[in-house]
Design a protein around this ligand. Structure first.
Ligand code: DX5
Ligand code: ZN
Length: 215
C-alpha cells in the first residue's frame, strides 16, 4: 500500500517540523489540500504555503485542489514542485483539456470524485488519467467518518480500469484509519490519504507504517 499523509491535520504553527517528520517517514507522498471557500465550505491554504512546503518536502507532492476552475492554476501548481495535480470532476467544465494541460505542464493528472458522483462518469477519461481520487467524505474538512459506499466505488473503479487497460491508480481520501484502510486495501485501493489518523497520533511514523503494511 502507498500512503499519502494529509498536511491539513498538521500543526500549522510548526509546519517545518511536520514536513521534516514526513520526510523521515515511510510515506510515499505528501497530500496537500487547497480549498477556496466556494467549491467547498472551508478555506485551507494556498500557493504561499505550497511554495514554502515545496522547498523542503522530499516526498512527491500530491496536490488536491478543492477549488472552482482549477485549470486556471496549472502552471502555479507546477511551480510549487508538485508531482501530481488532482482536480475535481465536479469543478471542471472541460476535463479532457484540463488533464491535457496538467500533462503538458509535466505533472501526473488525477481526477477526484465527490461521494455522490458515480464512477461511470469516468468512462470517457479513464484512459487519459494517471490517478483517480475517490472522496470517502464530503470534501472540506478533516476528521469526518468514512462513507462506506466508497468500498463499492473502489471495486467498480478497479473493474473499469482493468476493462479499459488504463494505468490509473486508485487513491482514497477521508476517514482512513487502520480499519477502513484494511477494507479499502481488500477492495483494491493503491494509495491511502490519511490526515487526522497520522498527524493526530502520538507516533505518526507507526501509523504510516501500519497503513503501508496493509495488503
Ligand atoms: C478533506 C481532505 C482530506 C482530509 C482528510 O476535504 O481532502 O485530505 O485531510 O482528513 P482525515 O484523514 O482526517 O479524514
Ligand atoms: Zn484531500
Amino acid at each position: 500500500m502507498e500512503v499519502s499523509p494529509s498536511l491539513l491535520a498538521a500543526d500549522f504553527l510548526d509546519l517545518r517540523k511536520e514536513v521534516e517528520m514526513i520526510n523521515g517517514s515511510a510515506a510515499d507522498y505528501l497530500h496537500l489540500d487547497v480549498m477556496d471557500g466556494v467549491f467547498v465550505p472551508n478555506i485551507s491554504f494556498g500557493f504561499s504555503v505550497l511554495n514554502s512546503v515545496g522547498k523542503i518536502c522530499e516526498k512527491p507532492m500530491d496536490v488536491h485542489l478543492m477549488i472552482v476552475e482549477p485549470d486556471k492554476w496549472v502552471n502555479q501548481v507546477r511551480d510549487t514542485g508538485a508531482h501530481l495535480m488532482n482536480v475535481h470532476y465536479e469543478a471542471c467544465r472541460h476535463l479532457h483539456s484540463t488533464v491535457g494541460a496538467i500533462h503538458k505542464a509535466g505533472m501526473k493528472a488525477g481526477v477526484t470524485l465527490n461521494p455522490a458522483t458515480p464512477v461511470v462518469m469516468l468512462e470517457d477519461i479513464i484512459g487519459d488519467v494517471d490517478l483517480v481520487l475517490l472522496m470517502s467524505v464530503n470534501p472540506g474538512f478533516g476528521g469526518q467518518p468514512f462513507i462506506r459506499h466508497t468500498l463499492d466505488k473502489v471495486r467498480q473503479l478497479k473493474e473499469l480500469i482493468s476493462k479499459t487497460g488504463s494505468h490509473a491508480k486508485i487513491e482514497v481520501d477521508g476517514g482512513v484509519n487502520e480499519t477502513t484502510g484494511a477494507e479499502l486495501a481488500a477492495a483494491g485501493t493503491d494509495i491511502l490519504v490519511a490526515g487526522s489518523y497520522v498527524f493526530g497520533a502520538p507516533d505518526p511514523h507507526a501509523r504510516i507504517n501500519l497503513l503501508k503494511n496493509l495488503k
